[in-house]
Design a protein around this ligand. Structure first.
Ligand code: E4P
Length: 216
């Protein structure tokens, strides 16, 4: 499973990129607002830093403007993935932009039929929102499992990009369910390495090593 970082904070992206473990970045209008940056400038900076796909989201809701905004975003760098909402105009724009050779990420996916439709439109990624489904009282992970089964049944190439991830259990369950990508906020990705027994075990080993008086 690939790890994307779900942020428009360039400092956070630089830090994680240096680990060599980052496969891409996702942004959305709320994350651009939080960054306080101009969308094109910040996306250019992120694309220059990161080798993998970087999602930039259109703001238009009508087909024609989605196309022009999508093409403008794609003009920023070759690793831009045009993020579009799953509406009828968005799905139609996805089909057109994919036919033109662009990558697309269909966002705000909350149902398996939506995921089926965007796969038929040739989307590069579909982004099911796990945490927001959980918030509404529906098990978000079931959606990942359903979409995996549907895509496997028909050999769709669309990648499942699990989004709205809130916990380590979400990450684990996404990997078990076969999501292709999990996009994680910095606060979640940094928790992946942590376990109290690792910290306690390391402290004990270091204390014993000190007592040996040796050096390597
Ligand atoms: C990613 O593409 C989504 O925009 C993001 O994961 C949404 O997460 P949230 O529900 O925590 O805002």
């Amino acid at each position: 499973m690939k790890f994307f970082l779900d942020t428009a904070d360039v400092d956070e992206i630089r830090q994680w990129n240096e680990t060599g473990l980052l496969d891409g970045v996702t942004t959305n209008p709320s994350l651009i607002l939080k960054s306080g940056r101009d969308i094109k400038e910040v996306l250019k900076e992120i694309c220059d830093l990161v080798d993998g796909d970087v999602s930039g989201e259109v703001a238009a809701t009508d087909y024609d403007t989605m196309l022009s905004e999508g093409r403008a975003l794609a003009g920023i760098a070759s690793n831009i993935c045009i993020k579009l909402p799953i509406t009828m105009d968005g799905v139609r724009a996805c089909k057109t932009l994919v036919d033109e050779g662009f990558k697309t990420n269909m966002t705000l996916c909350f149902s398996a039929p939506q995921a089926l439709l965007v796969a038929k439109a040739g989307a590069t990624y579909v982004s099911p929102f796990i945490g927001r489904l959980d918030d509404s009282g529906i098990d978000g992970m079931e959606l990942i499992e359903e979409v995996r089964a549907i895509y496997d049944n028909y050999d769709f190439d669309t990648k499942i990009l699990a989004a709205s991830i809130r916990s380590l259990n979400h990450v684990k369950d996404c990997a078990i369910a076969g999501a292709d990508v999990a996009t994680l906020p910095p606060s979640t990705i940094e928790k992946l390495v942590k376990h109290p027994l690792t910290d306690a075990g390391l402290a004990a080993f270091l204390a014993d090593w000190e007592k040996t008086g040796q050096k390597i």
